[in-house]
Design a protein around this ligand. Structure first.
Ligand code: FE
Ligand code: FE
Ligand code: MG
Length: 165
């Protein structure tokens, strides 16, 4: 960690690295949830939703990259063993055992709401204390809010197809 970087940070160092690694683990699980769901789900709109899921998977991977870069800058180590991802993650990964598109979108919505809360929490922790981590977290938060909205919209649309007014 750079000398000035250490001097300016007013956040508890260990606490910050822990939560960044929690988020890092959650991002890889979110990536995989989208990646696998895009390929196995079926039902109304599943083709178009699958394309959106592939884009979201890409965005989750970018979040993991942003977090890894910041963890390293702060003198930490991103979790190097995938076995640790599900242990570190506090947003639960729900395996899509039901391939129905509505069931999957609901699972993803739960994960996205957890992600929104996670980045709100990191922003709160860093606001006025660590501008760089705050900036990255706010940037990720913006996309997670978008992901949450997308899932809510899909649920509305699928429900209309299943039960026309
Ligand atoms: Fe993400
Ligand atoms: Fe997301
Ligand atoms: Mg989207």
């Amino acid at each position: 960690m750079g000398e000035m970087a250490q001097k300016i940070s007013k956040v508890d160092h260990k606490e910050l690295l822990d939560i960044l690694n929690t988020a890092f683990a959650e991002e890889w699980l979110a990536y995989y949830q989208y990646w696998i769901a895009a390929r196995i789900m079926s039902g109304p709109m599943s083709l178009s939703i699958g394309e959106e899921f592939k884009e979201h998977a890409h965005e989750e991977k970018e979040h993991a990259e942003l977090l890894a870069t910041r963890i390293i800058e702060l003198g930490g180590t991103p979790l190097i063993d995938p076995n640790d991802w599900s242990k570190a993650a506090k947003c639960k990964y729900d395996a899509p055992t039901d391939e129905n598109v509505l069931a999957i979108v609901k699972q993803v919505l739960t994960a996205e709401r957890c992600a929104v809360a996670r980045y709100q929490q990191i922003c709160d922790m860093c606001f006025g204390k660590d501008y760089q981590t705050f900036k990255i977290s706010a940037q990720i938060l913006e996309q997670e809010l978008d992901h949450e909205q997308d899932m809510e919209d899909y649920i509305t649309d699928i429900t209309k197809i299943i039960q026309p007014a």
